[in-house]
Design a protein around this ligand. Structure first.
Ligand code: PRX
Length: 623
């Protein structure tokens, strides 16, 4: 059977004989008590996977491996920021996770309580995540690049009992203090204030005491050698919340379950990434993003593999750093973003080829469109298959991909290949009719969504249904991406169809940026769009209308408002102060027209525009 036939057969089975397929995959993990059913889909679109089954993620990711591979390295931490490297075995990870779990219990954290983790890329972040799921607590990791406003809105939404943070992080050799941002965020929250646990890394940060803060080093010392039994939770118990951006300014808390999540992670390593227990995976991402959750932390550890946690930039101290790690640690599977590769492309292939990369079998890229040229360039430089995989925070693992573990099918440059197991993909045109080959449409998934996908939006089932399942006549999950497939059934992703911007693989909502700008007293209104960028995929351009009689701030001052509130990643590249914005007669800003002009295109016919002169206002600004 060819690889193509093997895939087709398994894929068909994952759709046509869904329960039998996932029942088989579920054998890859340990169940304390078997599940009653594979799938409960009595209340669409809510899919409950493996209900009645009792299990624990930490047990599966740590305890289970201690007997068989206790001395094997679980985590290799490499920090080019603080110039440190550490190897942590599964046995050592077990010890640290138990001590941390014991500390969490002492702090009054119990099953179902939320813990917000705001930490840089240090091993303690993984330990904290695992300690939470060990005791049935729900973690919410917030990306270290996010600032006060982003933190406050997440704290308000998740109402955590505890925030775990550090004195600071480092980026490109510069210290980024965390506590002032958290302190400012806490001042703005409306819910009960959480306790704060601080890991002092000894960075040279300005003193910023937070009321009642607990010092991690002295607190954890009391728990030396303590063991905490894993709490057996139902498969449907939430394991974590991860916030992501959408059309509105308010981030959505993507809620993931326990059992389905583990089954999805484990089988994705086997079939997609082709990583076996004992092998080495390196995902060059951040634990604050979904790629980090899935492929730095959960999938490798659930597999009994070794994961590399890298704190630093991919081009510092030099552009060869990642490839030297591949050579030194015998990395078998590398995962990163197209932007990281485009950055390396600028510096030349010799940074890659001078290293012995014989251990590396496959590289995976995800998070943003992978252009054909970059795909071809990196494939030629590496001389191994480079797999584009397409997915979302919401799904937690690939919707479209090729399958290194099964045996790769033909790769086409610029295509994330075909639907992954359990994803019944459909393309719709504007009228809601289903499309065939070679026509661009909106990519949808016919529910139930497979295991591992979000179970709901934290605290808001109605918003989950309305956001994702209400745009078509039939109940279908909307990805909010345009796509097309060719005569061979190969998909190509054509970008978002909502107001989400993707800067270097970092997902941001235009509304978030606009709302941050509007907090400045001189700003009356704002519009943000994502223009195409050769390196980062997209860059943010903002247009701001000032209050009459306001003292005009400089564009830089306004850009910094965004950086301070949301974080540096959301800081607009360009900001123009304009007398007005193009709007429809009903008062809606026409972002589509602004974007077209900002990219130097013709905005086309705009029959509903209130005042066409506003188009010239934008034209003059971007000139
Ligand atoms: O627009 C798609 C784009 O990133 C979005 C999801 O971003 P996020 O929630 O941060 O999850 C990233 C997980 C890898 C998608 O809706 N995107 C992601 N992967 C690809 C992609 N666009 C094109 N090709 C991809 N491979």
């Amino acid at each position: 059977m060819s690889n193509q036939e093997a895939y087709e057969k398994m894929y068909r089975r994952s759709i046509d004989d869904r329960e039998a397929f996932w029942d088989e995959q579920a054998q890859l993990i340990h169940w304390h008590k078997p599940y009653d059913r594979v799938l409960d889909y009595d209340d669409p679109p809510f899919a409950k996977w493996f209900p009645g089954g009792l299990t624990n993620i930490c047990y599966n990711a740590v305890d289970r491996h201690v007997a068989e591979r206790g001395d094997q390295t679980a985590i290799i931490w490499v920090s080019t920021e603080v110039d440190k490297r550490e190897h942590m075995s599964y046995r050592e990870l077990y010890r640290q996770v138990n001590e941390m779990a014991s500390l969490l219990l002492e702090l009054g954290i119990g099953q179902g309580d939320r813990v917000l983790i705001y930490l840089p890329m240090m091993p303690e972040a993984i330990v904290a995540m695992l300690a939470c799921v060990r005791i049935g607590a729900i973690h919410s990791v917030v990306f270290g690049g996010f600032a006060a406003l982003a933190l406050a809105s997440r704290i308000d939404d998740a109402s955590p009992k505890l925030v775990i943070t550090a004195d600071g992080g480092m980026r490109g050799g510069k210290i980024a203090p965390y506590k002032p941002l958290l302190s400012e965020g806490l001042a703005a929250v409306t819910v009960e204030k959480p306790a704060v646990l601080v890991l002092n890394r000894g960075l040279d940060t300005p003193p910023c005491p937070i009321e009642g803060e607990i010092d991690f080093a002295s607190a954890i010392a009391r728990h030396a050698g303590k063991e905490v039994p894993p709490v057996w939770v139902d498969s449907t118990h939430p394991s974590y919340i991860l916030y992501t951006s959408g059309t509105t300014g308010r981030p959505k808390g993507v809620q993931r379950d326990t059992g389905g999540h583990m089954v999805a992670m484990r089988q994705s390593m086997k079939h997609i990434y082709g990583v076996e227990p004992g092998e080495v995976m390196f995902a060059g991402s951040d634990i604050g993003w979904v790629v980090g959750h899935s492929y730095i932390v959960y999938a490798p550890l659930l597999t009994g593999a070794t994961t590399i946690l890298y704190e630093g930039l991919p081009i510092r101290p030099d552009p060869g750093i990642w490839w030297s790690l591949v050579a030194e640690y015998g990395v078998n599977c590398l995962f990163t973003s197209p932007t990281a590769i485009r950055l390396l492309k600028k510096t030349g292939a010799e940074w890659i080829t001078r290293h012995d990369l014989s251990s590396l079998r496959t590289m995976f890229l995800a998070g943003e469109p992978l252009d054909k040229e970059t795909h071809r360039w990196v494939t030629e430089a590496l001389r191994i298959p480079v797999v584009d995989n397409y997915w979302q925070t919401e799904t937690g693992w690939p919707i479209l991909t090729n399958f290194a573990g099964l045996g790769l099918m033909e790769l086409k440059f610029g295509s994330p290949t075909k639907p992954s197991f359990g994803y019944d993909t459909v393309l719709l045109d504007e009228t809601g009719a289903e499309l065939g080959a070679n026509t661009k449409g909106s990519l949808m998934v016919r529910p139930p969504l497979p295991p591992g996908c979000m179970s709901t939006i934290w605290g808001d089932d109605a918003r989950f249904v309305k956001t994702y399942f209400s745009s078509a006549k039939e109940m279908l999950y909307a990805t909010f991406d345009y796509a097309i497939f060719d005569d061979d059934g190969y998909y190509f992703i054509m970008g978002r169809n909502d107001d989400v911007i993707n800067v270097a693989g970092h997902r941001l909502g235009t509304r978030e940026v606009e709302e941050a700008l509007c907090t400045h007293p001189a700003v009356a209104e704002a519009a943000a769009v994502g223009i195409q960028d050769q390196l980062k995929g997209q860059e943010i351009v903002a247009f701001v209308v000032l209050m009459t009689n306001a003292v005009p701030p400089t564009p830089e001052e306004l850009k910094n408002v965004v950086a301070r509130q949301i974080g540096g990643i959301a800081k607009p590249k360009f900001l123009h102060i304009v007398p007005g914005l193009p709007k429809t007669r009903s008062g809606k800003v026409i972002r589509r027209a602004i974007l077209a002009i900002a990219e130097g295109r013709d905005p086309g016919d705009l029959p509903t525009i209130e005042d066409a002169k506003m188009l010239d206002v934008i034209r003059n600004a971007v000139k």
